[in-house]
Design a protein around this ligand. Structure first.
Ligand code: AMP
Length: 245
């Protein structure tokens, strides 16, 4: 689903992976989602998937207890440094998301692809790369939803971001940094090394910009990485789901 405003700018987007018998329900929910953001135009596209679907265990979720902006950002830089992203590159990525990462200004539909040296590598700096064709396997939907709710993470954004990051890391991205462009939702995350680190208060309330930065090893083959992110279907399973409140 792609939702746009009157000028054709991106407002919201979402993809689902479902069995045939859930199609109608999923399409209705996606349309409702577009309506909820006040879209002028909602584009719904569906396609059948013939190839085998990979199965990937969901990332662990760890919540950060830090609650002041500067300290949160320091913790984010430290987390990224552990996987080889220098603090100045982490700073650059956060600065981009603060201002709206699209080359033309504003938010992107997809993610920035960034080398560990800070170079932007996505072929289209306005659209970005979108992680699609991924969903929780229907058999694990209740379990994953219940476990997240038990730990106080019942916001749909947490689950959706956790699921997307699970595929993003599986595809070969070293680390992902992100937060919403919703001015009222100020929690962000870093995903790396099999864990999704949730960071409340990563951005100031009222800022309408956000996005995702996918960090990749310099020299990594980008075509195959982008292909996996944008075309390989993935079911996310509960695995050994470990939630740390
Ligand atoms: P959201 O967290 O849904 O508010 O989205 C915030 C921003 O993250 C969007 O404006 C996009 O730039 C990016 N984003 C959202 N969904 C995806 C996705 N599936 N793949 C890549 N980037 C995404």
């Amino acid at each position: 689903m792609r939702a746009q405003d009157e000028s054709g700018s991106h407002l919201s987007g979402m993809e689902r992976l479902v069995f045939d018998n859930e199609m109608d329900e999923a399409l209705a929910a996606l349309q409702q989602r577009g309506r909820a953001v006040g879209a002028h135009r909602i584009v719904l596209t569906s396609e059948a998937i013939a190839e085998p679907i990979a199965t990937v265990p969901i990332l662990n979720l760890v919540n950060s207890a830090i609650s002041t902006g500067d300290t949160v950002r320091r913790a984010v830089r430290e987390r990224l440094q552990i996987v080889g992203i220098p603090p100045e590159v982490a700073h650059k990525a956060m600065d981009l998301l603060d201002r709206g990462p699209a080359i033309a200004g504003g938010n992107m539909r997809g993610a920035v692809l960034m080398g560990c040296d800070g170079t932007r590598l996505e072929p289209d700096g306005n659209r970005g790369i979108r992680t699609v064709r991924v969903d929780v396997h229907p058999e694990d939907r209740d379990l994953i939803g219940r476990k997240l709710a038990q730990q106080g993470f019942s916001h749909h954004r947490t689950k959706e971001a956790l699921v997307l990051s699970t595929k993003t890391l599986w595809a070969g991205v070293v680390a992902e940094l992100g937060w919403s462009d919703d001015p009222d939702y100020t929690t962000g995350f870093v995903a790396c090394q099999g864990t999704y680190w949730r960071f409340p208060h990563i951005k100031p309330s009222g800022n309408p910009y956000g996005g995702r930065v996918y960090f990749v090893t310099n020299g990594a083959p980008l075509d195959s990485l982008i292909m996996r992110l944008q075309t390989s279907p993935v079911w996310v399973r509960a695995g050994q789901l470990d939630l740390d409140g």
